[in-house]
Design a protein. Structure first.
Length: 116
């Protein structure tokens, strides 16, 4: 499985961005796709996952109400809509495919920078 994350960029506080994660390869055994972020020197932070089968989602408290994860099975793509962005949301954002409860495949990351 290969993942390509895109959509990052530089925005001002309060603005929105939508990240995309395009998956290719053998995705039939995928049960969910998750989004994470990482700031240099800090541990990777879980943000959300979306079920590949039924579209159900789960969010970390830090982003609940501001971020929305969704998927388009026909396009093998997962999205992360990020609203009301804050400077502390600045990080490299990663998507990952979850197989049998393990995040086994990771994308290369996309940089999100939020200026105050």
């Amino acid at each position: 499985v290969q993942l390509q994350a895109s959509g990052g960029g530089l925005v001002q506080a309060g603005e929105s961005l939508r990240l995309s994660c395009a998956a290719s390869g053998r995705t039939a055994s995928t049960d969910a796709v998750g989004w994470f972020r990482q700031v240099p020197g800090k541990e990777r932070e879980f943000l959300a996952w979306v079920s590949w089968n039924d579209g159900s989602a789960y969010y970390a408290d830090s982003v609940k109400g501001r971020f929305t994860v969704s998927r388009d099975n026909a396009k093998n793509t997962v999205y992360l809509q990020m609203n009301s962005l804050k400077p502390e949301d600045t990080a490299v954002y990663y998507c990952a495919v979850r197989l049998r409860s393990v995040y086994a495949y990771w994308g290369q990351g996309t940089q999100v920078t939020v200026s105050s």
